[in-house]
Design a protein. Sequence first.
Length: 216
Amino acid sequence: MSLWQCEVQRLILFIKESYTRVHCHVSQLNNLAGYIKTKEIFMAISRDKKNELVAEFTELLTNAKTTAFATYQNISVAQIQVLRAQARENGVVIKIVKNRLVRVVLADIPAYKDIDTSSLNGMLLYAISAEDEVAPAKVLSDFAKTNDALVIAGGLSAEGGLMSADDVKALAALPSKSQLIAEVIAQLLSPVHDVTNALSGNLHALLDGVEAKATS
């Protein structure tokens, strides 16, 4: 084989190798472009979900009578579902929100904008009620009695105050709004029952007297 033929073969080999490398690079670039596009779509969806979560949590806290929060590390998903069900029965909403987003929400609510958020650490869940001041604390306290992994950490009052864990536990010991209403109704009806019983007794006595006269 002549020198010229050798050079031609080397040139053809070089062109083939170069084409292979270029094709490989193009394929890698296409894969990278696809990854970037997927990443952008995922980030857009994440931003939308985050904004939706922030808006929902802002509304809940703005309308809340009281909010209680607790750490829930080592609690299973099934246990959380049980807690949510118990909370719903008492007019309480359970929300799990990252501490960073909670701080963003609190900063945008006038009542909470100056609150000290340094205690918002660890894995926290929030119990919120727009109807009953006691219910959030009572729901978490009752659940914690049989689930040691749930530890009450604090709370937020409607006036914008930060409550300690002891404050929340003390609040949980108070009667709920429904219990107070039931007690008040019972007290109001007590005199009515007494009068009704007295009248019933007098009526029976009167009828006994009339019957005795008639048969004498």
